[in-house]
Design a protein around this ligand. Structure first.
Ligand SMILES: *[C@@H]1O[C@H](CO)[C@@H](O)[C@H](O)[C@H]1NC(C)=O
Length: 458
């Protein structure tokens, strides 16, 4: 009797809850060591791991192997509505290297752009740093701290983005606030950012099946009724031709599902709850075209170290964030950030509210960043805690031209702020980069955090 009862109650549980866990592939998180430094410069290595975002995972019926989602289409019978779909469908474990081209070795993480796996061709990936428990996200507050890593992006061409950034996700991936999400951070759920993406398959413990439409130019992506928004600090968005560091803020203080105007889509760009433009420091865009690139001052044809300092007004971890400073180290030499060389602007070499205001005014850009509280709001997000993201992606909407070319493409490229990098406006077409640069790989390594000045040798 008892075993039968137990089975019955288990299958009832499977109906009562959703966004389940599949067991066809074991979920083994790749290990990654990171360093925590103390003032004076001594660092301790700790073992952490990374987890693949849930959107990339095989989604199939609970207890079976029928796809809930194929290409960019939901299965109508398994997913007739958001809650039934979450109850019927399970996120499975990932073959990190074989299917997704994600490998780690010691303190280095490699993300390969295109991976031909046994069942599918995978494009790009996104992983999160897990804490020492190997199942919840590591939460970091970088106020009055420094974040440092090495990057090799020598193989990333125009149109690709090897990104390292922070977003204000829930530590448990949202499984606490939304109990129908049974998979949680161990399966990489709960993503959000300031673009309030609509391509996320599960938001707030429900499938994003309402109004779902497959992308016109991406066979693997679509977008649903809801978006998912939260604060975002882009420490590094880059390819071998250019790089940007960009804080973005929102009017909400944790992962928030949006719909309608709040998502800031299309013509509503400046009416949403997040600042989609951010306040970017891209050396090329700020007037120094000789600073970063192959053979330049920061030579992207080989590995270098990126240091980002989060200075607060009172030099404490609770003070208002007042400045984001950047420097580089390559071949044992510390390289100061480039200085702004734009007519009508002072020579800034860091991100402050003064820099953001001057840049937006000079470039004629809408200043949503300051309207939503500027750097202090970014700092508040860090004080609450942010999750580290590392990814590689191409851009089916704007070909990454906002990072490495002239953008918007209909603006005069000689007008201030339009030229962002040396890439042609015809570059970055996903079909081109996916076929021509399939083996492009970004390697992030030697991640260190600690007090200002503790993570690199000067
Ligand atoms: C914070 O530290 C900087 C650099 O050491 C120093 O110049 C500044 O005066 C300090 N600010 C405060 C409010 O203590």
């Amino acid at each position: 009797m008892f075993p039968t009862l137990a089975l019955v109650s288990l299958s009832f549980l499977a109906i009562a809850y959703g966004q389940q866990v599949g067991t066809l592939t074991a979920e083994t998180h790749p290990k990654l060591s990171v360093s925590q430094c103390s003032s004076g410069g001594s660092c301790t290595t700790v073992q952490r791991s990374v987890v693949l975002d849930s959107n990339w995972r095989w989604l199939h019926d609970v207890g079976g192997s029928t796809n809930c989602y194929t290409g960019n289409t939901w299965d109508d019978s398994l997913c007739p509505d958001p809650t039934t779909c979450a109850a019927n469908c399970a996120l499975d474990g990932a073959d990190y290297s074989g299917t997704y081209g994600i490998t780690t070795s010691g303190n280095a993480l490699s993300l390969k752009f295109v991976t031909q796996g046994p069942y599918s061709k995978n494009i790009g990936s996104r992983v999160y740093l897990l804490s020492e428990d190997d199942s919840t996200y590591e939460i970091l507050n970088l106020k009055n701290q420094e974040f440092t890593f090495d990057v090799d992006m020598s193989t990333l061409p125009c149109g690709l983005n090897g990104a390292l950034y922070f977003v204000e996700m829930d530590k448990d991936g949202g499984s606490g606030r939304f109990p129908t999400n049974k998979a949680g951070s161990k399966y990489g759920t709960g993503y959000c950012d300031t673009q309030c993406p609509h391509d996320i398959k599960f938001i707030n413990g429900e499938a994003n099946v309402l109004d779902w439409a497959g992308s016109s130019n991406d066979p693997n992506a679509g977008s649903g009724h809801y978006g998912t928004c939260c604060n975002e600090m882009d420490i590094w968005e880059a390819n071998s031709m250019g790089a940007a560091v960009t804080p973005h803020v929102c009017t909400v203080t944790s992962q928030t599902r949006c719909e309608g105007t709040d998502c800031g889509d299309g013509d509503d760009r400046y009416d949403g709850i997040c600042d989609k433009d951010g306040c970017d420091f891209n050396s090329w865009r700020m007037g120094d075209q000789t600073f970063l690139g192959p053979g330049k001052t920061v030579d992207t044809s080989s590995k270098f170290t990126v240091v980002t300092q989060f200075i607060t007004a009172d030099n404490t971890t609770t003070g208002d964030l007042s400045e984001i400073r950047r420097l580089y180290v390559q071949n044992g030499k510390v390289i100061a950030n480039s200085k702004t060389q734009i007519a009508g602007m002072d020579a800034f070499d860091s991100i402050t509210d003064d820099f953001c205001n001057a840049q937006k005014t000079t470039f004629g850009d809408t200043n949503t960043f300051e309207q939503m509280g500027g750097l202090a709001t970014m700092g508040d997000a860090f004080e609450k805690g942010m999750v580290l993201v590392m990814s590689i992606w191409d851009d089916h909407e704007a070909k990454m031209l906002w990072l490495d070319s002239d953008y918007p493409t209909d603006a005069d490229p000689s007008a201030p702020g339009v030229s962002r990098g040396p890439c042609a406006t015809t570059s970055g077409e996903p079909t081109d980069v996916e076929s021509q640069s399939a083996s492009a790989t970004v390697i992030f390594s030697n991640i260190k955090t600690g007090p200002i000045g503790s993570t690199f040798a000067s």
